[in-house]
Ligand binder design. Structure first.
Ligand code: 3PG
Length: 394
């Protein structure tokens, strides 16, 4: 971004790809966590101050290539305006008449937000020509392009992968910081290096587990995915989340891990997936057949906290339990607090873990870095080539 600012952007149209994919309350439609909007402010403010005509674009949720009001970015435009301290002009479409007139009407230092990129088939199309045609339309709104959508750099989508081929392109402040911080973890992290993984599915995390195992000193596993590992250890898991087809793979990982993988020794089981369900702490090898695990237990939290207290580098992705329900939030809270107390460089990766940090009222500044990327941060740690980063480097 500094390179672009150095050239001077006053009066130039700068197209900024942001990741404004924020969680919305299902009933009220209100933004429940504006972390991703805040994260892009440094880039947007710098462009506004330099007098650019700033055209912001983003996806929200996963609409199916056509307008769908529940995924409109309109509420985000309002919040972005509040945070920037100046109204943000909202275009009712992404590349149509409304977008064109909104962009044409921008004064220097003003900001516009286009409607959801994914209301257009071309954004996510696997067909290069279809994506390219959409990228042409988007690129027409900018004299330069800034990618500050770290959460989306792992997607080979038009706005991330194809627009930079059409315009002078640079990384925004957020993308740069994310890459610098995550690069520390893929480089030569200070040891012990402890990774905590949670979340619901092992299948989503398999590649990152495979990639991280040789590099880490300890891998602590909680969240819904721990039950497939417990099953692989020969324990019954009742009606807990279980990926049957992954049990054998988890068994292999445990065998190959050389004792690095730590699993829960106790869990909180409930009668139902409900905030007021009756619940108890049971040993991990004593889950009753009719109950389901919704959090890690206190003995596990203590064990994980002890491992984390030794760490010099920590990466955490995925909640330890259903933290949205108070009865099942203690595991996530306990692990998060242990991370903040450790004398370590800590990185929180993933929309859910970042949202958990904020929802549980934890002090964000006591973590080294809270990544805005979920899948993106995991794929970065796996060492994959990320289409959005590759496009900037090209
Ligand atoms: C995310 O939430 O991880 C990013 O915004 C990417 O969203 P996606 O998984 O729908 O591509």
């Amino acid at each position: 971004l500094d390179d672009l600012l150095g050239e001077g952007v006053s009066g130039r149209r700068v197209l900024v790809r942001a990741d404004l994919n924020v969680p919305l309350d299902k009933q009220s439609g209100e933004i429940t966590d504006d972390g991703r909007i805040r994260a892009v402010l440094p880039t947007l403010s710098a462009l506004v101050q330099a007098g650019a005509k700033v055209v912001v674009c983003s996806h929200l949720g996963r609409p199916k290539g056509a307008p769908d009001p529940q995924f409109s970015l309109r509420p985000v435009a309002g919040r972005l305006g509040e945070l920037l301290g100046a109204p943000v002009r909202f275009a009712e479409d992404t590349v149509g008449d409304s977008a064109r007139s909104t962009v044409e009407g921008l004064a220097d230092g003003q900001v516009a937000l286009l409607e959801n990129l994914r209301f257009n088939k071309g954004e996510t199309s696997k067909d290069d020509a279809e994506r390219g045609a959409f990228a042409d339309q988007l690129a027409a709104f900018g004299d330069a392009y800034v990618d500050d959508a770290f959460g989306a750099v792992h997607r080979k989508h038009a706005s991330v992968h194809d627009v930079p081929a059409r315009l002078p392109h640079v990384a925004g402040r957020l993308v740069l910081r994310e890459v610098e911080v995550l690069g520390k973890l893929t480089g030569d992290p200070e040891r012990p290096y402890v990774v905590v993984l949670g979340g619901s599915k092992v299948s989503d995390k398999l590649a990152v587990i495979e990639a991280l195992l040789p590099k880490v000193d300890r891998l602590l596993i909680g969240g819904g995915m721990c039950f497939t590992f417990l099953k692989a250890q020969g324990h019954e898991v009742g009606t807990s989340l279980l990926e049957k087809e992954m049990v054998e793979t988890c068994g292999n990982l445990l065998e190959r891990s050389g004792g690095k993988i730590m699993l829960p020794v106790d869990v909180v089981v409930a009668d139902a997936f409900a905030p007021d369900a009756a619940h108890d702490v049971v040993p991990a090898d004593g889950i009753p057949s009719h109950r389901l695990g919704l959090d890690i237990g206190p003995e596990t939290v203590a064990g994980f906290a002890a491992a984390l207290s030794q760490a010099r580098t920590i990466f955490w992705n995925g909640p330890m339990g259903v933290f949205e329900m108070a009865a099942f939030a203690n595991g996530t809270r306990g692990v998060a607090e242990a991370i903040t107390k450790a004398d370590a460089f800590s990185v929180v990766g993933g929309g859910d873990s970042a949202a958990a940090v904020r929802a549980l009222g934890l002090d964000e500044s006591s973590f080294g870095h809270i990544s805005t990327g979920g899948g993106a941060s995991l794929e970065y740690l796996e060492g994959k080539t990320l289409p959005g980063i590759a496009a900037l480097e090209n």
